[in-house]
Design a protein around this ligand. Structure first.
Ligand SMILES: CCCCC/C=C\C/C=C\C/C=C\C/C=C\CCCC(=O)SCCNC(=O)CCNC(=O)[C@H](O)C(C)(C)COP(=O)(O)OP(=O)(O)OC[C@H]1O[C@@H](n2cnc3c(N)ncnc32)[C@H](O)[C@@H]1OP(=O)(O)O
Length: 219
C-alpha cells in the first residue's frame, strides 16, 4: 500500500521538523479563525489577500508531489502530519492531541468558530470526525488496529463550541474486527456517544500488521 514511508531521521532533525510543522500550521489555523470572524472593510480584505497569496507562493516553492502520507520513524513512532484530525502540519486539524492510558484514550481540545454547525454549537460532522480518529487510534494503541468499517454516533445533547473532552475504550475484539466505544463530554456531561467497528483490511493481515502494530504513537 503506497503512502506508508519509512524515513530515517535523527531525533534532532525530527524535533526540528516538528517545530516547523507546528508553527506554520498554528499560524494558518489562527488565520482561519481570523477569516471566519473578521469584520474589516474591503481595503483590508484586499491587502490581507495579497499577503496570503504571497505566503502561499513561498510555500509552493517546494512541495510534496501529493499528500504527506504516514511516515515511520526509526524509533518505531510514526508521523501522520497531514491527518485531518491529528495532523501537526494540517491547519484544518483542530489539532487533536491524544493521550493513551492502559484502559482509556482521551483528548481535550478547544473548538473555535471554524468548527461551528448550529449557532454557537459544534458541527455534528466535526464531532464524528474527532470520534472516528479517537476510537480508531484507541484500537491502534491497543494493537488491534483497523480501518473504520462502521461508525455510529448518537448526539444526546448540543455541544457548545469551546473545550470538549473525548474518551474511548476498546470494548471487544472479534477476529479482525475491533469494537470501540467513546464519548464526547463538556463540563463532565456526555453530549455524544459513539461505537466504531475497526477492521484490519485484507491487505494488512499477516506480516504487515505486525509492522503496523509495532508502530504506534505519533512522533
Ligand atoms: C504498514 C501497514 C499499514 C497497515 C494499516 C492498516 C490498517 C490500519 C489503518 C489505520 C489504523 C491507524 C489508525 C486508525 C486511526 C484512524 C481512524 C480513522 C480511520 C479512517 O478514516 S479509515 C477511512 C474510512 N474507512 C474506509 O475507507 C474503509 C473502506 N472499507 C474497506 O476498506 C473495507 O470494506 C474494510 C476494510 C472495512 C472491510 O473489508 P475487508 O475485505 O477487509 O473485510 P472482510 O470482507 O474480510 O470482512 C471482515 C469482517 O468484517 C465485517 N465487515 C466488513 N465490512 C464491514 C463494515 N463496513 N462494517 C462492519 N463490519 C464489516 C465482515 O462481515 C467480516 O465479519 P465476519 O468475519 O464476522 O464475517
Amino acid at each position: 500500500m503506497s503512502g506508508y514511508i519509512q524515513e530515517d531521521l535523527s531525533p534532532e532533525e525530527l524535533a526540528h521538523r516538528a517545530r516547523l510543522a507546528s508553527s506554520i500550521a498554528g499560524s494558518v489555523r489562527d488565520l482561519i479563525d481570523a477569516t471566519v470572524r473578521t469584520e474589516v472593510d474591503e481595503a483590508d480584505i484586499d491587502e490581507a489577500r495579497r499577503l496570503i497569496e504571497a505566503a502561499t507562493a513561498i510555500l509552493r516553492k517546494d512541495q510534496l508531489p501529493g499528500p504527506f502520507g504516514i511516515r515511520f520513524n526509526t524509533d518505531g513512532t510514526k508521523r501522520s502530519w497531514g491527518n485531518a484530525v491529528l495532523g501537526r502540519r494540517n491547519p484544518i486539524a483542530p489539532p487533536v492531541v491524544l493521550h493513551h492510558e492502559p484502559d482509556v484514550s482521551w483528548t481535550e481540545v478547544e473548538l473555535g468558530a471554524a468548527y461551528e454547525g448550529p449557532a454557537g454549537l459544534v458541527h455534528g460532522g466535526v464531532l464524528a470526525l474527532i470520534l472516528d480518529q479517537l476510537l480508531g487510534s484507541t484500537a491502534e494503541y491497543q494493537q488491534v488496529p483497523g480501518m473504520t468499517g462502521t461508525l455510529t454516533v448518537r448526539y444526546r445533547k448540543a455541544t457548545p463550541l469551546g473545550r470538549i473532552r473525548g474518551e474511548a475504550r476498546v470494548d471487544r475484539v472479534d477476529g479482525v474486527k475491533t469494537f470501540v466505544t467513546g464519548t464526547i463530554s463538556v463540563d463532565g456531561k456526555v453530549t455524544a456517544e459513539a461505537e466504531g467497528i475497526f477492521i484490519l483490511p485484507k491487505w494488512a493481515r499477516g506480516d504487515k500488521s505486525d509492522v503496523l502494530r509495532r508502530s504506534v504513537g505519533e512522533g
